[in-house]
Write a protein that binds this ligand. Structure first.
Ligand code: P6P
Length: 338
């Protein structure tokens, strides 16, 4: 396959297919350059003096790592001057970041988890950046960060683009602008992302599941039954043996599923119910759901399609079950049958 750079792919999506416009193309290119900068910072590891705690907590009440804060700052600084954005929201910021008056405002809203899986940073395990793009509603009140929050409260079906960077043995950017899912590998010598896959497709069937088994006693009955069936393997009702993978970094686990199939579950559990779940809807579940669905998979809470949830707050959480369609369908059937 003749290798295209990300810029070339985006130009073709804009010019030949009309799938995106110039501002959205600029937004995605700017985000990719920020991910490149984050990749450079991460790859320094202990040599960069940027591992460990930042000494502050985020709105989730989680201790921030220095790289969480640095990644967030890189994405803010990269995006605020370009004129393509109306505002940004991040896992690391209580309220949205509105565009300073000295810069022109654009028509898009960018949401991101700047560094997902950051508990893995200090042990050198793959982590990632997740981002989601919405259009800013006409007439939205962006006069203050608090007022701007309302503009973001759109269901995931409204996303015009979504993607993630995974900082692993290589740095990949996986992207959907609503025209399927393609992946790019960072060529560190050229400094650009080069396309290294055609359309990624998630097989409908799988023999690999991904869940944190330590939470088993907190799961609801349908997940208890389903995981028990998985563990019974060939002798059980599913009639085949399954393997398990749990990296503890959503980007790494979901990327494996986008690449070779599987079922990723962070279901509702008794421990997290009061918070609404573990994973965040707007900048983790929704962008990953767009990628998974665009690759032919499915993404559900067990009771409803993730991308149809109408958010009440930017940082709200939800249960996440996504991946190979036939397995997701099996799980949702178990939830609705109970
Ligand atoms: P647990 C990372 O902190 C994260 O938000 C996701 O990336 C990951 O899938 C999940 O939490 C891991 O949670 O409970 O297994 O540590």
């Amino acid at each position: 396959m003749a290798r295209r750079t990300l810029a070339h792919y985006l130009i073709e999506e804009q010019r030949n297919k009309g799938v995106i416009n110039a501002d959205l193309r600029l937004l995605i290119e700017v985000v990719s350059r920020a991910c490149r900068a984050i990749s450079v910072a991460i790859s320094k590891g202990g040599l960069g003096g940027i591992l460990g705690e930042a000494g502050s907590d985020n709105i989730q009440g989680e201790a921030q790592k220095k790289l969480d804060v640095l990644s967030n700052d890189i994405l803010l600084e990269a995006n605020e001057w370009g004129g393509h954005l109306a505002a940004m929201a991040s896992e690391e910021m209580d309220l949205p970041h509105t565009i300073p008056h000295r810069y022109p405002q654009g028509e898009y809203l960018l949401l991101f988890d700047p560094l997902d899986g950051s508990s893995n940073i200090d042990v050198n395990v793959s982590i990632g950046t997740i981002f989601s793009v919405l259009k800013c509603p006409e007439g939205a009140d962006l006069t203050t960060p608090k007022a701007a929050e309302a503009a973001f409260l759109q269901p995931g079906t409204q996303q015009v683009a979504a993607g993630y960077a995974v900082y692993g043995p290589s740095t990949l950017l996986v992207l959907s602008v609503g025209d399927g899912v393609v992946s790019f590998t960072l060529d560190r010598e050229q400094g650009s992302f080069v396309q290294t896959s055609d359309q990624l497709r998630i097989p409908a069937e799988t023999s690999e599941f991904s869940i944190n088994m330590a939470n088993q006693r907190f799961w609801e009955a349908p997940i208890q039954r389903y995981v028990n069936d998985l563990q019974q393997g060939k002798e059980g009702p599913l009639g085949k043996d399954y393997n398990m993978r749990w990296v503890g970094s959503m980007v790494a686990d979901v990327h494996r599923i986008v690449t070779r199939g599987g079922i990723f579950m962070y279901p509702m559990d008794g421990k997290m119910r009061s918070k609404g779940g573990k994973l965040r809807l707007m900048y983790e579940a929704n962008p990953m759901a767009m990628i998974v669905e665009q690759a032919g998979g499915a993404a559900s809470t067990g009771y409803e399609r993730i991308m149809e949830i109408v958010p009440a707050t930017i940082h709200q959480r939800c249960a996440v079950i996504m991946g190979s369609k036939n397995e997701v369908d099996r799980i949702t059937a178990a939830h609705t049958a109970q």
